[in-house]
Unconditional design. Structure first.
Length: 221
């Protein structure tokens, strides 16, 4: 299901005369509603937002292989709404010290609000470069497409597709602080009491509401 471009123009016109958002709305994570947070399970119009970030992992109680770390991060970000085009490159990876750096390039849905559309269609050198590398046109109102997306609850400790273990607590805590705020994610419940000295006996307890494409809502590949 594709929403028409006219819908995008309507959203922009509706948002042009809005008052400045309150401090409460500014505190909401990227991609959330400009008014009240959406209910879990509600289908909304969304657009893909492309981002690239460098993530540094430092493990004290758990040390991953380079591939193992990449696979864990891939699974977590997919569950949090990242598109299947997600690409992760490891570098500076030391499997003995537990230190690794990853370059992560991902697309994730954000609600098609007037503010988000203005940000996505504004031209700058970085967006032009990303578009050229991907062999695509820079996003404009004429070519940007909306997709149906839904707010989905993801409980990290109980999600069998994530397959997290108690030792993944440090990784989840670092991703929660540094990467998840870049996606359309709301924290519903958090108990990440990671123990460096004594290890962890329970799986990471983090429950989020994530905006995911409807095609991914029933599970990620």
């Amino acid at each position: 299901m594709i929403f028409c471009v006219a819908t995008i123009a309507t959203l922009l016109m509706a948002g042009s005369g809005k008052a400045q958002p309150s401090a409460t709305n500014e505190a909401q994570p990227p991609g959330t509603s400009e008014t009240q947070p959406r209910a879990t399970g509600e289908i909304v119009a969304a657009v893909w937002k492309t981002q690239q970030v460098t993530f540094g992992y430092r493990g004290y109680s758990t040390i991953y292989s380079c591939d193992g770390l990449s696979n864990k991060v891939h699974a977590i970000l997919r569950s949090a709404g990242a598109r299947d085009t997600l690409a992760i490159r490891t570098w500076g990876c030391n499997e003995e010290s537990g230190v690794a750096r990853l370059t992560i390039m991902f697309e994730s849905p954000v609600e098609a609000t007037a503010q988000n559309l203005r940000e996505l269609t504004g031209s700058d050198a970085r967006k032009e470069l990303i578009a050229r590398v991907r062999g695509e046109q820079s996003p404009t109102l004429a070519n940007i497409r909306t997709i149906p997306a839904v707010w989905k609850t993801v409980a990290f400790a109980r999600d069998p597709q994530l397959g997290l273990a108690p030792g993944d607590c440090e990784l989840v805590r670092q991703l929660r602080r540094e990467i998840l705020p870049m996606l359309s994610v709301r924290i519903l419940q958090e108990r990440l009491n990671c123990s460096i000295a004594f290890g962890n006996i329970t799986r990471p307890r983090l429950t989020i509401a994530a905006l995911v494409a409807v095609s991914d809502a029933d599970g990620n590949e």
